[in-house]
Design a protein around this ligand. Structure first.
Ligand code: ADP
Length: 299
């Protein structure tokens, strides 16, 4: 598992990561979600020893990355797919990594096949790779040592829809065999379809974390009716707090059954009644990060 404890990283008075704590558990895909500049990459860089924390710690299976004797066998890392040596071929990059980790050369071919890079593509220099091909190669490099933990920063960047589906299947398969996956994204949809657990970060601080179901359930109920004001009034009389939005929808923390019952008693026609869950994470994400995004723009 991955454990982050009270992690803070400051740059010349600017706090990029502010007292962040969370865990990513085995058998789960943990999505690390936040707008650009929220502090995701910095947190991940600390996890793999590339950035020194100002205070706090990040450990992988209880050890700091720097203390792992052969880290590639325990944790696969993909932080920046374009950080590979552009003059080397894909095969060379995997071969050097395999040699460094003391792995048999056959792992190189196994990984090329796993990430669907053909033998002619593997012979091309990485400078001539598309971003999607670099991401595939990066994922192949991360998986080379057959680690039990994966740390991936924006791995879906540059992948086409088929590539995203492929990656999703790969990562959920990895987690279902007991692996720990932490992946970051600033895109909600990517995370929503793949993650079991979510850690949402804004302006360096954790703004929400928990299982996807828990976080979505907290989104409450959305209801529309031909007479939204009457509905909001009926809910108020029934002791159910609600808010009437500008688009005529009514939101409440009460569950849909309760809202439906109130509407029935009041004789109000509903045109839509659903758990806000089906609206996806977007509302939650936008509301959770709205302040931090504004501040981020202003800063
Ligand atoms: P994310 O990955 O969520 O987009 P980052 O972790 O890359 O966010 O960045 C968080 C904040 O820290 C940003 O405002 C970024 O500009 C700042 N930052 C990151 N690295 C450095 C650095 N080396 N020096 C100064 N500021 C940095």
């Amino acid at each position: 598992m991955i454990t982050v404890e009270s992690l803070t990283r400051r740059y010349a008075g600017f706090t990029a990561v502010d007292n962040v704590s969370f865990t990513a558990l085995p058998g789960r895909v943990t999505g690390f979600l936040g707008p650009n500049g929220a502090g995701k990459s910095t947190t991940m860089r600390v996890m793999v020893g590339l950035t020194v924390p100002t205070s706090g710690s990040a450990t992988i299976n209880g050890e700091r990355f720097a203390d792992l004797p052969n880290p590639g066998l325990e944790v696969g890392v993909l932080l920046d797919a374009s950080a590979q040596h552009a003059g080397r071929t894909g095969r060379e990059i995997l071969t050097i990594a395999a040699d460094t980790m003391g792995l048999p050369r056959r792992r190189v071919d196994e990984m090329l096949e796993l990430v669907s890079l053909t033998s002619s593509e593997a012979k091309r220099r990485v400078r001539n790779y598309s971003l999607g091909m670099r991401q595939r190669l990066g994922i192949g490099t991360a998986l080379l040592g057959d680690p039990r933990v994966l740390i991936l920063d924006e791995p879906a960047n540059g992948l086409d829809p088929a590539g995203i589906r492929w990656m999703r299947d790969l990562l959920t398969g990895f987690a279902s065999q007991g692996g720990t996956v932490l992946l970051s994204s600033h895109l909600l949809h990517e995370i929503e379809v793949i993650a079991d657990d979510l850690v949402v970060i804004g302006n360096g601080k954790i703004v929400a974390s928990g299982s996807k179901e828990e976080l979505l359930a907290a989104a409450g109920t959305l209801v529309r009716s031909t007479s939204p004001r009457d509905l909001a009034h009926a809910l108020e009389l029934a002791g159910v707090p609600s808010t009437l939005a500008g688009d005529g929808s009514v939101r409440t923390d009460a569950d849909p059954a309760r809202v439906g019952a109130v509407a029935l008693t009041a004789g109000i026609t509903l045109t839509e009644l659903r758990s806000a869950e089906s609206a996806g994470l977007e509302d939650m994400f936008l509301s959770l990060t709205a302040d931090t995004q504004r501040e981020g723009v202003a800063a």
